[in-house]
Write a protein that binds this ligand. Structure first.
Ligand SMILES: [Ca+2]
Length: 474
């Protein structure tokens, strides 16, 4: 039996006996072996724990692993060392072992020419390049100065940094964040579709379009290599087919990934057809998805954000780098309100219906594209709602929760949308709430703090609803 002698006088641990009584370790070892039918792994664990304890006391123990067949499995490109450096060479500090003052440890040491990086031994060449005190990965691109005038790359072969003159794109400015300079958009514009649906384009044009097929809300339309291609599609409900007919699903196509946020899957999103919970990021980190208030927010690394509340309000925020290069129901983002209803063929549409139809991507079962319908009671509803503090009147109320917002976001257009939907849907609360939520979101986007407007009796929030159902802790 080779086991027990290892603990005996003259064995590899003998010099430790006077420092740490081996009896308890021996008893444990025998017990574990007995319980496990002499399993080798148990033996190795027991001996390792004694060896670690001894080393902790500064006792020099001799090689014991080969004696009992407990060789340490070492990862690729490394080898077992009974007494190796406690400061392994890493990408950031390749001379670490030379300057190490710690006692040696039993370890797997990287082979010659390799260093430790994230728990693996990689070739020194795989470490990348050092530039002005920072380490950059092979192939990584970065700005070589704080004003973004030199674009640099770490050459994977030579591990040398090479730079060339460059600059930020139109609609961008150089900013240093967290110590790293980068180009950031100078501004953003938002487009929304909400309610029946009512649209507000990037350049601020409001219109109604009640098509219920699949449409392009926005996408890159100019082939500009420096701009990442993307498409945002909306699928609307068939008006009249359901009691409440709003944007039903939003589909985002970018970087070869297909993301769908649908009313059919509240609280979750579909990524390439697979249902996932939030938050979630793609492996390359280029797309992240998270909950933002009542919305599912999808954000790309080029500062495009799409938010959908799983019910009927979608908001698109695009960076100024895309100004003038977009097309779809959200318009072209060129700062000119007059050409917003530009159709796919480049002509300006005679009306919103023709405009909407031109951006149809696909027909869906039973989808229709009716002309905007007039509601016969509209004038009477308008007069009544203007007088009251509740329902659509809450948007205009100078004593209401949105009063601080009136100067920043003119409320009249939102009120008009609200009474139009109120008229068609006979005052259904869910429809009114959608319109109020839409104005609230526009106010918050404009930086205005609004007062609480939802309550237990009116427009109860989704979160409160979930809590009531016991699905979520408050
Ligand atoms: Ca425009």
């Amino acid at each position: 039996d080779t086991t027990l002698p290892s603990f005996k006088a003259g064995g590899p641990f003998s010099r430790c006996h006077s420092m740490i009584d081996p009896k308890i370790y021996l008893d444990n070892c025998v017990y574990e072996l007995c319980m496990s039918d002499g399993h080798q792994e148990m033996l190795c664990q027991a001996l390792t724990s004694y060896a670690d304890a001894c080393r902790g006391e500064g006792v020099d123990i001799s090689e014991w692993r080969t004696l009992v067949g407990c060789s340490l499995p070492c990862p690729e490109n490394s080898q077992y060392q009974l007494c190796g450096s406690a400061c392994p060479a890493t990408c950031n500090d390749q001379a670490a072992p030379d300057n190490c003052s710690l006692p040696c440890v039993e370890t797997c040491q990287c082979n010659e020419g390799f260093v430790l990086d994230a728990g693996k031994c990689i070739r020194k060449a795989g470490c990348g390049c050092e530039f002005q005190g920072h380490l950059y990965a092979p192939g990584e691109q970065f700005w070589g100065d704080s004003t973004c005038t030199r674009r640099c790359v770490c050459d994977p072969q030579s591990r040398q940094v090479s730079c060339e003159a460059a600059g930020c794109r139109t609609g961008e400015q150089c900013q240093v964040k967290k110590g790293f300079p980068n180009c950031y958009p100078t501004g953003y514009a938002s487009c929304t579709a909400s309610g029946d649906p009512h649209y507000t384009s990037f350049d601020g044009q409001r219109f109604d379009f009640q098509g219920s097929c699949l449409y392009q809300l926005a996408g890159r339309c100019q082939e500009r290599e420096e701009l990442v291609d993307f498409q945002v599609l909306v699928q609307n409900d068939n008006r009249g087919f359901r009691a409440v007919s709003f944007t039903r699903a939003v589909e985002v196509r970018v970087y070869g990934v297909n993301i769908t946020v649908s009313r059919d899957y509240p609280g979750r999103v579909l990524v390439n057809g697979v249902l996932i919970n939030l938050p979630y990021s793609t492996d390359d980190g280029k797309i992240s998805m998270y909950r933002r208030g009542q919305d599912a927010a999808i954000q790309t690394d080029f500062h495009l954000t799409i938010a959908f509340d799983w019910q009927g309000r979608v908001t698109l925020t695009a960076p100024s780098t895309y100004a003038g290069s977009l097309c779809g129901l959200c318009g072209n983002f060129n700062g000119d309100k007059g050409d917003e209803l530009t159709m796919r063929d480049g002509r300006v549409a005679p009306n919103a219906t023709a405009f909407g139809q031109s951006w149809r991507v696909a027909e869906t079962p039973d989808c229709t594209e009716p002309e905007k319908q007039e509601c016969s009671n509209l004038a009477a509803i308008d007069r009544h709602q203007r007088k009251i503090q509740g329902e659509c009147g809450m948007i205009l109320s100078t004593a209401g929760p949105f009063r601080e917002c009136h100067r920043k976001v003119p409320p009249e257009g939102y009120f008009q949308d609200c009474i139009y939907d109120y008229c068609f849907f006979r005052g259904q609360q869910a429809v009114v709430c959608q319109n109020l939520a839409s104005y609230a979101a526009a106010c918050q986007a404009a930086g205005v703090t609004i007062e609480p407007w939802r309550s237990n009796r009116f427009c109860e929030s989704y979160q409160i609803g979930l809590t009531r159902c016991g699905l979520k802790e408050s």
